[in-house]
Design a protein around this ligand. Structure first.
Ligand SMILES: [Zn+2]
Length: 308
């Protein structure tokens, strides 16, 4: 195929070179060899670098422990992976208490305790001390922008959650379900005791004067718009985003915000990932990567609590 179609001109003539010209030619040749050696060395260096980065990325992804539950990078959506290298790193410290992950599959740690205080003077709802202070500051800042934020639900003890759950099971049994069926059905409406993020003290259900219903239409309020722009400055992240259900196991909950601290919130927001995906990608050293739950929504327990 690829035939050399050099014009059939006269073959290059062998010329007698002067000693100076020969020396110059030899010097050029040496220079060329030197350049080739440098290029070769650079190529070897590049290969080594790629291998090292690859191995490091593998370790930080799987933590050497492959339980196959780390979420692939591509699954977390739209404009992820801006960097060409797979190396994953973050300044977030996953042993930070504010980074605790609680969902349908990961219950609260044994003997978990948290200090709380009132975060919203009007509703009297509480959050973990630091989260409460931050919420109050955020509420004041929003007010200056003409936006009202209401803490509809904050800290709920495991006992309180147990009460909500038991009520729900009772209700299900009255509809003729067996106890086993009732337990399964209740979990789809109310988070299991020990599995509600509200029991960590870091979860806040936020509504606004003009819209006091916990449903997806809250996303159309100016309060939600304000939160998406400013909440991270006060350490709150959107916990159950619109496209997060395959990973979080929970449908869009625009009212449910989670305190992680301002520096962590900035990192997580920048990553464009939900908390489970962020943990799976970067928090492997803490083990037990999250699985996506199914069915049991936090919104049910919120609804239960506000109805109670
Ligand atoms: Zn909630």
């Amino acid at each position: 195929m690829s035939q050399d179609r050099r014009p059939s001109g006269a073959p290059p003539r062998r010329m007698q070179l002067s000693p100076a010209a020969r020396r110059a030619a030899a010097a050029r040749r040496r220079k060329r060899i030197r350049r080739n050696r440098i290029l070769f060395a650079l190529a070897v260096l590049a290969v080594v670098l790629v291998v090292v980065l690859g191995v490091r990325a593998l370790f930080s992804l799987g933590g050497g422990k492959t339980d196959g539950s780390s979420v692939p990078e591509s699954s977390s959506g739209s404009a992820a992976a801006p960097t060409p290298t797979p190396a994953a790193s973050t300044s977030v410290d996953f042993t930070d208490a504010r980074m605790i992950l609680v969902n349908n599959n990961m219950g609260l740690p044994e003997g978990y305790t948290v200090e709380t205080q009132t975060a919203d003077e009007n509703t009297g709802k509480q959050l973990q001390t630091e989260a409460a202070q931050s919420f109050a500051a955020m509420q004041a800042a929003a007010k200056l922008d003409g936006v009202s934020l209401i803490l509809q639900s904050g800290y709920r003890s495991v006992e309180y959650q147990q009460g909500l759950f038991d009520q729900q099971v009772e209700k299900m049994i009255k509809t003729g379900k067996s106890e086993e069926e009732a337990l399964a059905a209740a979990q789809k409406v109310v988070a299991k005791p020990g599995h509600s993020e509200h029991s960590t003290g870091y979860a806040a259900d936020i509504l606004t004067d003009s819209y006091r219903v916990m449903d997806s239409l809250f996303a159309e309020t100016d309060a939600y718009t304000w939160l998406t722009e400013h909440a991270a400055e006060y350490g709150f992240i959107e916990r159950y985003p619109l496209d997060g259900e395959p990973i979080t196991g929970i449908f869009f909950e625009p009212w449910h915000w989670r305190y992680v601290g301002a520096e962590n919130a900035a990192e997580i927001k920048k990553s464009g990932r939900c908390l489970e995906a962020f943990w799976a990608l970067y928090g492997s050293s803490a083990g037990s990567a999250p699985e996506s739950g199914s069915g049991s929504s936090d919104s049910g327990s919120d609804a239960g609590s506000s109805a109670a």
